[in-house]
Design a protein around this ligand. Sequence first.
Ligand code: NAD
Ligand code: TDX
Length: 336
Amino acid sequence: MRIIVTGGAGFIGSNFVYYELEEHPEDKIICVDNLTYAGNVLTLEKAMKNPNFKFVKADIADREAIYTIFEEERPDIVVNFAAESHVDRSIENPEIFLETNVIGTGVLMDACRKYGINRFHQVSTDEVYGDLPIDRPDLFFTEDTPIHTSSPYSSSKAAADLLVLAYYRTYKLPVTITRCSNNYGPYHFPEKLIPLMISRALADQPLPVYGKGENVRDWLYVKDHCKAVDLVMRKGRLGEVYNIGGHNERTNLEVVRTILSELGKPESLITFVTDRPGHDKRYAIDPTKIYKELGWIPETKFEDGIGKTIQWYLANKKWWEDILSGEYTKYFDKMY
Ligand code: NAD
Ligand code: TDX
């Protein structure tokens, strides 16, 4: 099978590229990524050596470029990870979120209609459901929870989801959508909570915790997410949405304290800062549907996953130090 993976130079997309090359060596992976600040070609260095992998630099919102890629590559499956993904950046500058997350998804699906594919899979987020109250631990997001977004980021992802479902109904495009909770693991860009706190704690810098650190996220190890996306894009029912999450709820403060304790650093590094505007209180996924239909369950316990993640950041200091210094943006020219 020929699979286009968009956003494969980012955090989850790159983990997915490696997952596919490992688990499905018979398939060909074509990564389409325009290398924004969050895309790092160095992350794909090992994949570049695999004859079943190809990298194409292109913007998913560039219709001409995308049609040319489809014309040449004739994919069977398209899985869309490409997105602007950081909530804080969307609050500062929403426009690019609309361009990539909404227009880009539309362009990809138009290419799918024009050239014909077996499956378009949209990687979405639990943030489209808005948030849950912290004092109601009995409540979870199901696939029937109404869309109720808070940030420009989550609104752009929700808009894309609705467009995907419209293309299913109107054009019978064979689509699936997954909505996952917060991921963590290798190659996570150090602007997001866990890698930011690891890199700053290692440098003995203050750790900025928004508000009182009481907000709750439902953490999932990235490889478990990749496995779920792989299952849904190959076996999920057309036109369906599947939630992905592992019942791993933690307050931000708990997560930061765990990182400090694993690194042997003092809690005095924690600094409470002004809260994120519109900050979602709690995310919590009910993954019953994907378990019942496809037998997916998360395999990595948070305690093990966070340990593995910290070890990865310790062993791959150059990867994130180059990001923090801006050096990583130069690698594309070096590699081509
Ligand atoms: P990321 O920011 O680490 O990576 C995004 C990648 O997309 C980068 O390589 C970037 O260069 C590429 N990209 C951005 N705009 C592009 C464009 N116009 N054309 C081509 N490529 C472009 O993001 P991530 O955390 O890996 O998230 C991947 C997907 O998973 C996103 O769709 C996100 O909404 C979704 N998601 C993320 C999480 C999470 O916890 N990180 C949870 C649920 C869902
Ligand atoms: O410096 C920080 N201090 C802090 O307290 C940062 C960067 C974050 N936080 C808080 C905000 C959130 O409650 O930590 C929590 C996690 O923040 P992020 O890492 O920015 O993730 P979040 O906003 O939850 O969104 C993530 O999960 C869902 C991804 O970035 C999205 O792409 C995904 O859809």
